[in-house]
Design a protein around this ligand. Structure first.
Ligand SMILES: NC(=O)c1ccc[n+]([C@@H]2O[C@H](COP(=O)([O-])OP(=O)(O)OC[C@H]3O[C@@H](n4cnc5c(N)ncnc54)[C@H](O)[C@@H]3O)[C@@H](O)[C@H]2O)c1
Ligand SMILES: O=C(O)C[C@H](O)C(=O)O
Ligand SMILES: [Mg+2]
Length: 435
């Protein structure tokens, strides 16, 4: 199983002669290491220095990579850095002013006394807050830390790097300010009450990594009680991106998605929403399994069907989606030739795409590529642009269709770094909101 989790950057100097970098790459590969980004730092006549990002499955493997590269003649490793940790020093986000204060005039305009007239204007006409404050462009990213990725209930503070990551994506993909809110309670009454008390400062609420089953009640109540868009990303952001990849896979294989037999492993926040979205789209046969009886009952309550085991699901379904948080749950021998496998758990999937493809899958992806990062920024951009108070199913289906239509033939999903994908999602959501 190639679960590449340890990422380090090797600063490597090689002679500036053709073939030397190839030797380094071969040495890394011989130890089983993967190569990520490569940046040339110095291109001298005698030697070249590069930052080489290396992915390893274990520290032993990393040691082997280092030993192999060090053993090469005339090749030097100058340093080994942990760039993941470095990127987190001081946190990944900050609140910054959009206005320069250079004169007393500026001070009087942006602060007192000038600001008072804007306050009174908003008091007389509350909807003006949308134009004269940042509220309409700010989304609270609310977590209780109970289902941080597939790491489980590690608490909201340990989950903060994920929330900051979502905030970075909001900013870069959709120009939205995402503000993490860390809750020290999971009690639905307390969560709903707290979010209600703070919601006036936000244009929308993104619920993130809140575990099941309490996430269902929390989202449902907040959607009903607040007049701004509320979306639980792990439920609906994930369901949108999954539907998009199912549509792309079906287009490539010439299958009618509504006639495909789809199996969902894990019926928590992500899994149940994926089933609901597929059924709302019109897929007739959606089967689910979970180790918890309550989760199975919940699926049945929405009209889904259950199966008795993982083995049965793997044997029955053309398309398999997994969101259990259990790495390696799907064994290669369970995969049937031609199956489509979306093993979406982060940080490690139920089966790696390489193993699933080697076992005969027609398409396979993990949670790094089929990731709700493709959905939530554009969904909120569209909802905020439309000024709606709710994110409806038609808006989510429109987002999924937009992502699928933006996917290159043969791919499952577009590249999230393509800014146009977030724009097309936003446009589709805004349009659906107005229909
Ligand atoms: N790729 C993405 O965009 C994306 C989005 C959301 C969640 N996820 C991943 O999905 C996973 C689950 O997240 P969640 O928020 O739904 O968590 P959750 O805790 O709400 O749900 C997990 C569900 O899996 C079930 N489960 C666990 N082990 C199982 C097993 N062996 N067989 C059957 N069912 C099993 C649990 O009973 C639970 O119902 C996490 O790893 C998360 O990273 C990925
Ligand atoms: O955070 C991610 O990468 C996706 C998703 O929200 C998850 O919980 O795994
Ligand atoms: Mg999440």
């Amino acid at each position: 199983m190639a679960l590449q989790d340890i990422i380090r950057t090797l600063i490597v100097e090689t002679p500036s002669k053709p073939g030397n970098f190839a030797k380094v790459a071969t040495a890394i590969g011989a130890a089983g290491g993967g190569i990520g980004d490569i940046t040339t730092i110095k291109n001298g006549t005698l030697s070249t220095i590069r930052d080489i990002s290396v992915n390893c499955e274990s520290f032993e493997q990393l040691e082997q990579v280092i030993e192999n590269v060090r053993a090469l003649e005339n090749v030097k490793i100058h340093a080994i850095t942990d760039d993941v940790l470095k990127a987190h020093e001081g946190g990944k986000i900050q609140m910054k002013s959009r206005i320069d204060v250079r004169s007393l005039g500026d001070l009087q305009r942006i602060y007192t006394p000038g600001v008072a007239s804007v306050c009174l204007d908003i008091q007389a006409n509350p909807q003006k807050a949308r134009y004269f404050t940042s509220i309409g462009n700010t989304v609270a990213i609310v977590t209780d830390g109970t289902a941080i990725l597939g790491l489980g209930n590690i608490g909201p503070v340990a989950g903060m790097p994920v929330m900051e990551g979502k905030s970075v994506l909001f900013d870069q993909f959709a120009g939205i300010s995402g503000v993490p809110i860390l809750l020290d309670t999971s009690d639905p009454d307390a969560v709903v009450e707290t979010v209600k008390h703070i919601h006036q400062g936000f244009g929308g609420i993104l619920l993130e990594d809140i575990g099941s089953p309490h996430c269902f009640e929390i989202e449902e109540r907040l959607k009903k009680e607040l007049n701004i868009p509320v979306m639980h990303d792990d439920q609906h952001g994930t369901a949108v991106v999954t539907l998009a990849s199912v549509l792309s896979a079906c287009r490539s294989t010439g299958v009618d998605p509504k006639k495909a037999v789809i199996g969902q492993i894990g019926l928590g926040a992500a899994g149940l929403a994926i089933c609901r979205m597929l059924m709302a789209y019109g897929v007739e046969e959606v089967y689910g399994i979970d180790r918890q009886v309550e989760a199975l009952e919940r699926l049945k309550g929405y009209g889904g069907q259950t199966l008795e085991s993982l083995e049965k699901l793997m044997a029955t379904c053309d398309i398999v989606v997994a969101t259990t948080g259990v790495a390696g749950l799907i064994k290669p021998e369970m995969v049937r030739p031609g199956q489509i496998i979306l093993a979406l758990s982060n940080p490690n999937p139920e089966i790696t795409p390489e193993d699933a493809l080697a076992a005969g899958a027609a398409f396979a992806a993990d949670g790094r590529s089929v990731n709700n990062a493709l959905g939530f920024p554009g969904i909120f951009r569209g909802a905020l642009n439309a000024g709606v108070s709710d994110i409806s199913y038609p808006m989510l289906v429109a987002a999924a269709r937009a992502i699928a239509n933006h996917t290159k033939p043969g791919d499952l999903i577009p590249n999230p770094l393509d800014p146009t994908v977030h724009q097309v999602v936003a446009r589709a959501v805004e349009q659906a909101a107005q229909e």
